[in-house]
Write a protein that binds this ligand. Structure first.
Ligand code: 13P
Length: 253
């Protein structure tokens, strides 16, 4: 089963609308046509309309939000729902990023509700999972990842799974400059796929794309993407510069 690599830029709390415009001015010239990889940009909420405006009429790059409420509407101050994201042109939503889990108390129960809401709205969830260094060093790696997958994917049908992207991001590799080695990432992502196989069957597990995230740079992207179970990247810091993100995309193609 061949899986199309998907390379996503998670800008986190960076890039105002005007900074988004100057990034896209440069980046879209590099990729005027669709490439062999799926490219996704995830600006902060307020920069989504500017990004959508500049991306209109091209199909090389897709648009993602970084979070979403599972609620449909109502008295939820500060939250953003699926309909709002769709109206501004999003096709994807990053869910359960480790920063959301550790800084904003999101757990697998709430992330699971968000996965369901995202799919119901026709958006593609990019579901993040990953272990801390203590968990890895303490022999908890497989337990933590299988708990996160079982919890956040509860009630999801096998038929829905190919429409979900999993992002494996070891917490100790995020923003630290300490990348998982290609072997470490491959071994772990092979394990993630084995959990998907247990939950949804082999055919589905073979179809689901699993990204790696954590200090991906132009210099390490080619070796990471050559691993059989790495189907793309979720890139933080190195995605803020159009040339550096373009180099990562080219490595993934
Ligand atoms: P860095 O690429 O900055 O390590 O961030 C990874 C990440 O968290 C992407 O979601």
């Amino acid at each position: 089963m061949s899986r199309k690599n998907v390379i996503a830029a998670n800008w986190k709390m960076n890039m105002t609308p005007s900074e988004t415009a100057s990034f896209l001015d440069s980046f879209l010239k590099t990729f005027p046509e669709p490439t062999a990889v799926e490219i996704v940009l995830a600006p902060p909420f307020v920069s989504l309309p500017k990004a959508a405006e500049l991306m209109a009429g091209q199909s090389a790059v897709g648009l993602s939000a970084q979070n979403m409420s599972h609620e449909a509407s109502g008295a939820f101050t500060g939250e953003i729902n699926a309909a709002m994201l769709k109206e501004v042109g999003c096709q994807y939503v990053i869910l359960g990023h480790s920063e959301r889990r550790s800084l904003y108390g999101e757990n697998d129960v709430v992330i699971n509700k968000k996965v369901h809401a995202t799919l119901a709205a026709g958006l593609v969830p990019i579901l993040c999972i990953g272990e801390s260094l203590e968990e890895r060093d303490g022999g908890q790696l497989e337990f933590v990842l299988s708990q996160q997958l079982e919890g956040s994917l509860a009630g999801i049908d096998a038929a829905q799974m190919p429409g979900i992207i999993i992002a494996y991001e070891p917490v100790w590799a995020i923003g630290t400059g300490r990348t998982a080695t290609p072997d470490q990432a491959q071994e772990t992502q092979c394990y993630v796929r084995s959990v998907l196989e247990r939950l949804f069957g082999g055919e589905v597990a073979a179809a689901v794309r699993i990204q790696y995230g954590g200090s991906v740079k132009p210099g390490n992207a080619a070796e990471l993407i050559s691993q059989p179970d790495i189907d793309g990247f979720l890139v933080g810091g190195a995605s803020l510069d159009p040339a550096s993100f373009a180099d990562i995309v080219k490595a993934g193609a």
